[in-house]
Ligand binder design. Structure first.
Ligand code: HEM
Length: 496
């Protein structure tokens, strides 16, 4: 058989397969949302979605209205585009579930057995109950300890900073936030090289994190180079043989350990894998979020001046010194009173959050929305909210592409009223998810970021040294906070 014959045969087979797929592909049933299938078998519209999700979804919204179903990589995803309808998704938890989706993603990514298995009765509920240690008094203690640890780490930098020192901003935020968060939650290895121990864990964390989105997208770990070995090493960090000697473990992690101890069927490796998953959740988004908060402030000197001023005033009014090396303590109320700093953090979260809220239809059902509006959904279909579209909606946020440090301040207080179609929005800023899947660490995360910015600005003069604008890395789309597409040089010097 000649080369042309082989080519002809391959083409004919491909066409036949494509025709078979086109005949069998899903068709819209009466009552269902408009259906966008795409022409590429299995992928459907995945490539268009990946290229620019917001642009793609907005173009479909213009054509089909606020609710439509898109075929993306083998899934049928019904997008709810109007933020006034988001509440119907979170309220409908009987039919629209998150648990199974989260469990399958997390157990696959972090290598522990599904928590929903019968072998582990109530494990999922017990793990969720444990999140109470991220609220109230335990949250205050965590924030206090985070402040102590951040000061200790910042002071270590002083010995090297008599004159302007140049560094990379993401690397700096990552190393300080990783170490401070890690020791605040898991405690400290008392050995002399405790700092190096954390440094080695951080190095592995960065390598794992770089491939996190591929794992989440169901790419087999065997195809991701050294990721499998690195994940194993990171899980081993949390084996009882390593953690038993660590001092200053948080109440949250102690209580979490006790939860897992109740399940004899969980091996030490499984328990360690759970701790690793929590460790990733606690820093995987906080680090890029801290980077963006600082990056935008440094890019906008007038915003930086407003925030610096607010912090200086607070320290002065609480009788605390404002010089490098001084010990600062702030209560929850004092941290809460920093409305411009909080607004700056919210504004950077608005601009860089790329998370998608997903629910899965538990059975065929009629999804009732506002007024008489209703759509039929099929069992197994995904329902998704994509907040980045809301975050850039010019009807909700004036000049949405512009960074405005006071966007979330009104008459000197936190601004919580934003409108669409003349109606007040319940959901206007959603970096932490919504409803049953809302991030339990959100209050701690915002406190951590505030404390980092406070110390950075109290201790140092800081400047960005490059003109280039930083964009977001595309791989993380759909998952938390975007990573920057490159790092940027900055310089810092002790304040006089
Ligand atoms: C800026 C920082 C953070 C952001 C933007 C963020 C965002 C999120 C989002 C969007 C989810 C829901 C995921 C989904 O819907 O699939 C989530 C879940 C979670 N987050 Fe965060 N998070 C942050 C910081 C933290 C911190 C500091 C902790 C803990 C100390 C934490 C612990 C968790 C946990 C444990 C879950 C899973 C909850 C569950 O079991 O349902 N997060 N986070």
């Amino acid at each position: 058989m000649g080369l042309l014959d082989i080519f002809g045969l391959a083409l004919a087979t491909a066409l036949a397969l494509w025709a078979l797929w086109a005949l069998r592909r899903r068709r819209r049933r009466t009552g269902e949302p408009p259906l966008v299938n795409g022409w590429i078998p299995f992928l459907g519209k995945a490539l268009d979605f990946r290229k620019d999700p917001s642009k793609f979804l907005l173009s479909l919204q213009q054509k089909y209205g606020d609710i439509f179903t898109v075929h993306i990589a083998g899934r049928y995803i019904t997008f709810i585009m109007n933020p006034l309808l988001y509440g119907f998704v979170t309220k409908n938890s009987k039919y629209l579930e998150f648990k199974e989706f989260a469990d399958s993603l997390a157990s696959r990514t972090f290598d522990y057995p599904s928590v929903l298995k019968e072998d582990f009765p109530d494990l999922n509920e017990n793990v969720h109950r444990n999140y109470q240690y991220l609220l109230g008094k335990p949250l205050d203690t965590l924030s206090d300890n985070m402040m102590t640890n951040l000061q200790w780490i910042f002071k270590r930098q002083f010995s090297q900073t008599t004159d302007w020192k140049v560094g990379k901003l993401y690397k700096f935020c990552c190393s300080v936030m990783f170490e401070a968060s890690f020791i605040t939650l898991y405690g400290r290895d008392p050995s002399a090289d405790g700092h190096n121990v954390i440094g080695a864990i951080e190095e592995n964390f960065i390598k794992f994190d770089a491939n996190f989105s591929y794992l989440a997208a169901n790419i087999p770990i065997e195809l991701l180079g050294a990721t499998k070995r690195i994940r194993k090493e990171l899980i081993h960090v949390f084996l009882p043989t390593s953690t038993a000697k660590w001092l200053g473990v948080s109440e949250l992690i102690e209580a979490r350990k006790e939860v897992f101890e109740r399940y004899e069927v969980l091996s030490d490796y499984d328990k360690a894998a759970h701790h690793f998953a929590f460790m990733w959740a606690s820093v995987g988004n906080t680090i890029p979020a801290t980077f963006w908060a600082v990056y935008y402030l440094l890019r906008h000197p007038e915003a930086l001046a407003v925030v610096r001023d607010e912090i200086d005033h607070l320290l002065q009014s609480t009788g605390q010194e404002r010089r490098p090396g001084c010990n600062i303590r702030l209560t929850r109320e004092q941290l809460d009173s920093l409305v411009y700093l909080e607004s700056a953090i919210n504004e950077s979260l608005r601009m860089c959050s790329v998370s998608m809220n997903i629910r899965i239809a538990q059975e065929d059902f009629i999804f009732k929305l506002e007024g008489n509006q209703e759509v039929s959904l099929r069992k197994g279909d995904w329902v998704a909210i994509y907040p980045p579209v809301l975050h850039m909606d010019p009807e909700v946020y004036e000049d949405p592409k512009e960074y405005k440090v006071d966007r979330y301040v009104e008459n000197g207080k936190k601004r919580t009223t934003f409108q669409k179609q003349g109606k007040k929005l319940k959901y206007f800023l959603m970096p932490f998810g919504s409803g049953s899947s809302k991030c339990p660490g959100r209050f701690f995360a915002v406190n951590e970021m505030k404390l980092f910015v406070i110390l950075l600005l109290v201790y140092f003069d800081v400047e960005i040294r490059e003109e280039k604008q930083i964009g977001v890395e595309k791989n993380r789309l759909g998952l938390g906070i975007a990573l920057p597409d490159s790092d940027i040089s900055f310089s810092y010097k002790l304040r006089p």
